[in-house]
Design a binder for this molecule. Sequence first.
Ligand code: F0G
Length: 351
Amino acid sequence: AHQWRGIIEEYRDRLPVTETTPVVTLGEGGTPLVHAEALSELTGCEVHLKVEGANPTGSFKDRGMTMAITKAKEEGAKAVICASTGNTSASAAAYAGKAGMVSAVLIPQGKIAMGKLGQALVHGAKILQVDGNFDDCLVLARGLSENYPVALVNSVNPVRIEGQKTAAFEIVDRLGDAPDIHVLPVGNAGNITAYWRGYKEYAADGLSSHTPRMWGFQASGSAPIVRGEVVKDPSTIATAIRIGNPASWAFAEAARDESGGFIDEVTDRQILRAYKLLASREGVFVEPASAASVAGLLKAAEDGRLDKGQRIVCTVTGNGLKDPDWAVAGAPQPVTVPVDAAAAAERLGLA
Ligand code: F0G
């Protein structure tokens, strides 16, 4: 049987590597594309989930990070740096550790999920909490990479986008053609940029008959692209996309406009509703930011903006185990029973 070899080996001819490039991989990519039956029924469409939480560090960032760390190693870098709302730092720390490089991460104080902080710590990153938000962290990381011997591995590094575009390849390879619509959450806007690049590349090479419309969703409290202006103090429970000045803003608008799509917002309440539906009906536990794609799809369906019968892929970007607080919050505590079948059966409503 074929063992998935990571995105660089699987898509080598479409990525900026040579025979001698020292590939740093954890076997990322090759993630499940799951037919979402409940969402298909709710929307009257054929909906699939691209489950990126199944990547080695639990998010889509690994696709970009295998490229970024590989290229940094090829160029002889000894240290890498990133700003992060949590997932990029977890991924950078893991891949840098594997490559024998030092990783430094800048995170907004008190605003990243505990699971992600734990990952950066255990993978050995040097962590600084910045008295500011993600946008401030990115300004600082860029400045440090310009003036000190440390390579920037945020998605402003173009090889990150190259790695992340492989998710679009996998979807077309699996479905046999591009979907009609691709839906995803938007934070710093690197991923929508990457998917659009991947879909365009396959269509240009005749590997798909068309490109999908790109639908992006920001959280209402952090929706600079929707508002058309920088959000100074972004807020949302979806901390991964708590970003007020996305680095790839112009690329995201290009993806939207060239594809005939749109970028809209969803409220935290809509995000949490989709988060629970994904877990309880589809069996897919995601982190809140990831549920923004599905929340957006449901919103579009309810607003009558979704024609029936279309083939749709929603990217769910990160694993729910990174940020389980929202699964536990507000839920009743499990009841305690003695070691007694009759009592247990009664509590379970079986008796
Ligand atoms: N979903 C998750 C789980 C994320 O971690 C991110 C971004 C996004 C969606 C948005 O993707 O930025 O490419 O538009 N997380 C970054 C980080 C900012 O630092 O981990 P995007």
